[in-house]
Design a protein around this ligand. Structure first.
Ligand SMILES: [Zn+2]
Length: 463
């Protein structure tokens, strides 16, 4: 009896080893293909250099949709199609101008996405500086008729730059409303930037009903320091701001979708992708050209290796993540209407730097299972070791709110340099390293292969 048990146990062990070995061989092939033959970097060059930045609703965004669809059509997908999405179109208009009036020193500013413009001739007003948004409550009437300037430097205490970013992002999203409540006529805030340079970082902001919508702009770190120093010498100095942004009528545009049909469970869908729109400065290279070109290249890698998926793999390029998330909302509406079985979502929208791991949104049992079974395949050989319970990407998080049982993976590249370039004129193709990007493709394709091959073995999920 004892011998029999030992025999059964060793059989079990060897078959497990067999699976792990097969996986390990497949991951080797995937990474090798990605480094030698991967094309994410070449595709990214076309997207960034020939199309450029592409805010939702703009002609460039439309061009990106058409080009992405034709790119997907070059691959042996079973279906490539566009999904209609209506998006708000915010247009920056002519470049912003700002300066300290007395000294004529210019200040580098960028209107925040969604901001109203100044009157045609601009505004000139005194400035009241605070460090934190919360300090506005202590201002009393001191901000009335003035430009409110929130000057909180980047928080270096967080090694994960995404944490530093998210802890301070309310300065951008809620700042204009909080300033307007105190009677401010414009809002300036120090860019959410991890580097001290003269590039302002844009990003979305919001207004509230019954509170005045005031012009809202980000100021670069260097210009913020300059203004702060000048205010120390003369607290009554005036600043001139002129910016010309406005909302245009809604525009009909699209999510771009391609499907590779599963041969065992065609009705079970693995959604993988990222957003195709970008802000209207730079080239939207890290945010999010790398995510869109990288996820496509991950699928192309599996196709080139002759892989046949068990489940349907669906590539989605979401439109309008940056200023409304309408693409992801529409994707969720359609998926729910069609009663789809969305088993897994994978998103890439955190830059094209060297991959470090995946955040996982799933039950505790499922997360532990992934950590125990898959992390060992990645960590030593490929330097991908951070597998933690965490948030999905923005787009999958939005549609995923209707699909609570979908396991969601969010690619986490190295975070150190992302907020140097995020939402700025610096987010260009030249900032992306081919080796780092193709290494991310290796990680995405490996994860895609593993979830497709082993989904049924993961505990607590849709069976
Ligand atoms: Zn993004």
């Amino acid at each position: 009896m004892k011998n029999k048990l030992v025999f059964l146990f060793s059989l079990l062990l060897s078959s497990n080893l067999g699976i792990a070995q097969q996986d390990s061989i497949m991951l080797d092939q995937i990474y090798r293909h990605s480094f030698y033959k991967g094309k994410a970097y070449d595709d990214l060059k076309i997207l960034t250099k020939e199309i450029g930045h592409r805010i939702a609703g703009s002609p460039q965004a439309d061009e990106a949709v058409k080009w992405s669809k034709s790119l997907m059509e070059t691959l042996p997908f079973d279906k490539v199609y566009l999904q209609d999405v209506a998006v708000p179109y915010w247009d920056r208009g002519e470049k912003e101008v700002s300066r300290i009036v007395d000294t004529e020193e210019s200040l580098s500013v960028l209107a925040l996405g969604g901001s109203v413009g100044t009157p045609k001739n601009g505004i000139t007003a005194e400035v009241v500086e605070v460090e934190y948004l919360a300090d506005l409550s202590k201002l009393g009437d001191a901000g009335r008729g003035k430009i409110v300037f929130v000057n909180k430097p980047w928080d270096e205490s967080h090694v994960d730059a995404f944490v530093a970013y998210s802890l301070n992002s309310s300065q951008r999203s809620r700042g204009p409303v909080e300033a307007a409540k105190r009677g401010a006529i414009a809002y300036l805030f120090r860019s959410l930037s991890s580097s001290i340079d003269d590039y302002p970082h844009t990003g979305g902001t919001r207004y509230a009903k019954d509170i005045d919508s005031i012009p809202a702009l980000a100021i670069s770190a260097i210009s913020a320091n300059k203004l702060s120093e000048a205010l120390k010498k003369n607290k009554n100095l005036k600043v001139y701001i002129k910016q010309n942004s406005q909302w245009k009528p809604k525009v009909n545009t699209h999510n771009v979708i391609a499907e590779w049909k599963g041969n065992i469970h065609p009705d079970k869908i693995i959604t993988i992708g990222g957003h195709i729109d970008s802000w209207d400065v730079g080239e939207g290279a890290h945010d999010n050209g790398t995510g869109t070109m990288g996820t496509l290249d991950a699928i192309r890698t599996l196709m080139a290796l002759g892989y046949k998926p068990k489940h349907t793999i669906r590539l989605v390029y979401y439109m309008n993540e940056e200023n409304g998330v309408h693409g992801a909302i529409q994707y969720g509406v359609e998926a729910q209407k069609n009663n789809e079985q969305q088993i897994v979502a994978i998103e890439s929208d955190a830059g094209g730097f060297a991959p470090r791991g995946f955040d996982i949104k799933a039950s505790q049992d499922a997360v532990s299972w992934v950590v125990n079974n898959w992390k060992p395949l990645f960590e030593q050989k490929y330097w991908v070791s951070r597998f933690l319970a965490g948030s999905p990407g923005v787009d999958s998080g939005v549609w995923g709110s209707k699909f609570p049982n979908t396991i969601m993976f969010n690619l986490r590249p190295d975070p150190h340099r992302y907020f140097d370039v995020h939402h700025t004129a610096k987010d260009v193709f030249e900032r992306v390293d081919r080796r780092e990007l193709q290494s991310g493709v290796g990680a995405l394709a490996s994860l895609l292969y593993l979830v497709d091959t082993h989904y049924e073995a993961i505990p607590n999920q849709i069976k």
